[in-house]
Write a protein that binds this ligand. Structure first.
Ligand SMILES: NC(=O)c1ccc[n+]([C@@H]2O[C@H](COP(=O)([O-])OP(=O)(O)OC[C@H]3O[C@@H](n4cnc5c(N)ncnc54)[C@H](OP(=O)(O)O)[C@@H]3O)[C@@H](O)[C@H]2O)c1
Length: 227
């Protein structure tokens, strides 16, 4: 069975990815930032292995990468993400918080992808997923604001579009995905869909991704999103 590594698997969409891939019989390396999340993920049982990983901390990434040396990975899901301050106002932009969001959402995803490329090269599926958000779409931005989160996801898109082109000659598929507006701690209780519907759809889109679609942007229902 294939092996997958998921970042930010302690709750929300990442946890549901771990649950569903484990249920489907995959070997799941479910990574969590805090030891407090370990018991919850361990309760999934089956083929789930829990590991600590803070994507914003280069040392944390290096430690897990070294521990997993020689392990082939079929798929990496860069799911870990931060929203940051909700409504930064002009004149009071919190730059330190912005830096933290960029370090997690953009550099964190690149850092993990770069570190685990040898493991992915040794795998069969060679699939890399970036969990982005429609909030990063220029075309869809008709309401303004949300400078921090929007810019982080737009930058993430740019990075993974380039990765798709750069890694295509090696047979990699790069899936850039919007999960929908999902009821999680980040999405809030008024969101439109639950994690089950979102992740079920996302898995279907990942499974059906063709080389021609690598590096393009789709939502959980397979609808293409304009940059
Ligand atoms: N929910 C939505 O409506 C929605 C919409 C569009 C896109 N997304 C994207 O989907 C992804 C998952 O969102 P969610 O709704 O499940 O969010 P969530 O419930 O807030 O969970 C976020 C996860 O990311 C982890 N995380 C944050 N910073 C991290 C770091 N430095 N290192 C490792 N893990 C870190 C968190 O770990 P801790 O538990 O330790 O904090 C948590 O497990 C995110 O990338 C988000 O931007 C969500």
């Amino acid at each position: 069975m294939p092996t997958i590594l998921i970042t930010g698997a302690g709750r929300g969409i990442g946890f549901e990815f771990a649950r569903q891939y484990s249920e489907a019989g995959w070997t799941v390396i479910a990574t969590v930032r805090s030891p407090d999340s370990i018991p919850m993920v361990e309760s999934l049982g089956g083929g789930v292995q829990v590991a600590l990983l803070n994507v914003a901390d280069p040392a944390s990434v290096a430690i897990l990468c070294e521990r997993m040396r020689g392990t082939a990975l079929d798929m990496l899901i860069n799911n870990a993400g931060l929203y940051g301050p909700r409504s930064p106002q002009i004149g009071a932009v919190p730059y330190a918080a912005w830096q933290e969001v960029l370090d997690t959402n953009v550099m964190g995803a690149m850092r993990v992808t770069e570190a685990f490329l040898p493991h992915l090269r040794a795998g069969e599926r060679k699939t890399i997923v970036a969990m982005t958000s429609k909030m990063g779409s220029m075309a869809d931005n008709t309401s303004g604001g949300q400078y921090i989160y929007r810019s982080s996801k737009a930058a993430l898109n740019a990075v993974f579009r380039s990765l798709a082109l750069d890694l295509a000659p090696e047979g990699f598929l790069v899936s850039i995905l919007h999960p929908g507006w999902v009821r999680t701690d980040m999405g809030g209780p008024r969101a439109l869909i639950d994690v089950h519907e979102s992740v079920t759809g996302l898995r279907r889109v990942i499974e059906g991704l063709t080389p021609d679609e690598s590096g393009r942007w789709f939502d959980y229902a397979g609808r293409e999103i304009p940059w």
